[in-house]
Design a binder for this molecule. Structure first.
Ligand code: GAR
Length: 228
């Protein structure tokens, strides 16, 4: 898709492990408003449903089964080799459930994006919905962030925040969070594709202003972002 500002679309490779609902949101948006070219989808799980989504959309797919590699470094080396043949601007982790090696991450400073199902820095790692419910948190959500060597620790761009309802369980909360994930991931990619969001030496700017804290979208709807 050619942008009004004549910038070329952002070339991305999407890396998944499972269902691929975030991948689907990106595919759908790329067919309308979002100026990204999905060069390839890579899964570490051969049976990931997201691979079927990619096939249906006519996107090249690769499986790199992590169980066939002796460790993070060898898996990371194969992942890098596969990604680099597409020379992407950005690597988009969308439900990718492996920890990447430091060596891998260091190859792509400011060029790996992740979505995590919590209001980072709360609840890094797994089982975030259960942890938020167990802690009696009033709010939960999801974060889009750049990936650094610190697990779930890179600069956060945008968060969707929603209330935990009295009758929420892990499944209902996960579903409501995922509905928001799809919106904020597309939004963050839009800002990047329009070169409005820029990472330079670890610092983020949005529309030329330092992004010192994440943009928080405080409802179940993504409206125009409020910069706080
Ligand atoms: C999403 O909820 C995403 O936030 C989470 O996995 C799910 C994948 O769903 N990612 C992580 O937990 C990464 N640490 P999807 O495959 O349907 O997009």
């Amino acid at each position: 898709m050619v942008q009004e500002n004549h910038l070329p679309p952002l070339r991305i490779v999407v890396v998944i492990s499972g269902n691929g609902s975030n991948l689907q949101a990106i595919i759908d948006a790329s067919q309308s408003k979002l100026a990204v070219e999905i060069c390839a989808v890579i899964s570490n799980r051969p049976k990931a449903y997201g691979l079927q989504r990619a096939v249906i959309a006519g996107i090249k797919c690769h499986t790199i089964d992590h169980t066939e590699y002796s460790g993070r470094e060898t898996f990371g080396a194969k992942l890098k080799q596969t990604i680099d043949q597409y020379n992407p601007d950005l690597i988009v982790l969308a439900g990718f459930m492996r920890v990447l090696s430091d060596d891998f991450v260091r190859n792509y400073p400011g060029r790996i994006l992740n979505i995590h199902p919590s209001l980072l820095p709360k609840y890094r790692g797994l089982n975030t919905h259960a942890k938020a419910i167990a802690a009696n948190d009033a709010y939960h959500g999801a974060s889009v962030h750049f990936v650094t060597e610190t697990l779930d620790g890179g600069p956060v761009i945008v968060q969707a925040r929603l209330p935990i309802l009295a009758n929420d369980n892990v499944e209902s909360l996960a579903q409501r969070v995922q509905d928001q994930e799809h919106k904020i991931y597309v939004e963050a990619l839009q800002w990047l594709s329009q070169r409005r969001l820029i990472w330079s030496d670890g610092a983020l700017t949005l529309d030329g202003k330092p992004l010192l804290q994440p943009i928080v979208i405080n409802s179940e709807e993504v409206n125009e972002p409020q910069i706080v």
